[in-house]
Design a protein around this ligand. Structure first.
Ligand code: IMP
Ligand code: MG
Length: 180
């Protein structure tokens, strides 16, 4: 896989430090609360597993699957809920965990739907953000890193369902997806 990576952006060590920092902030902000932490699969599965183990307060875990991309590298603008949250979310304090905020189309849609279900509060925690590509403004409460407008993979992020298992985050060589 390594030969398909142009450049490593964040090493395992850098990711570990950042995730610990985010976990500490969430721990401080949610003392005495019982947040429902919702991971948007599949891209955030690694981040979710590491992040929640750095959160030292009672919490519940749930998962959603939404699709917006297909196998391309640009958003289609269409968002579909493939798997919804299993638990009742009325009155809950939600933390949505995402891998990367790109155009913002997926997340703004998702936040709107969840808000309408009568949650007490909703915050967004995203490991990565590509500010240059934003089409819809989505407020980020907990951000790991900003990344340039390049296609990145690893630590859960994929290209066409591959590279999720890389332990670091790297820029995918454009020739792999025939882009740029
Ligand atoms: P948005 O609706 O454009 O913000 O879409 C965000 C979703 O697109 C993320 O949850 C990822 O699944 C995917 N995505 C956007 N940029 C990248 C990237 O550089 N690498 C891998 N997946 C990406
Ligand atoms: Mg995703």
């Amino acid at each position: 896989m390594k030969q398909d990576i142009l450049e490593v952006l964040f090493t395992e060590e850098q990711l570990r430090e950042k995730v610990a920092e985010l976990g500490a902030r969430i721990t401080a902000d949610y003392q005495g609360k019982n947040p429902l932490i919702v991971s948007v699969l599949k891209g955030s599965y690694v981040f979710m597993a590491d992040l929640t183990r750095q959160i030292d307060t009672k919490c519940n875990i749930d998962f959603m699957v939404v699709s917006s991309y297909g196998s391309g590298t640009k958003t289609s603008g269409e968002v579909q809920i493939i798997k919804d949250i299993g638990s009742k979310i009325e009155g809950r304090d939600l933390i949505i965990v995402e891998d990367i905020l790109d155009s913002g189309v997926t997340l703004s849609y998702l936040m709107k739907i969840l808000q309408a279900r009568g949650v007490n509060s909703i915050r967004l925690c995203t490991l990565l953000s590509k500010p240059e590509r934003r089409k819809i403004d989505v407020p980020i409460d907990y951000l790991g890193f900003e990344v340039p407008d390049e296609f990145v993979v690893g630590y859960g992020l994929d290209y066409d369902e591959t590279y999720r298992n890389l332990p670091y985050i790297g820029i995918l060589k454009p020739e792999v997806y025939g882009g740029k």
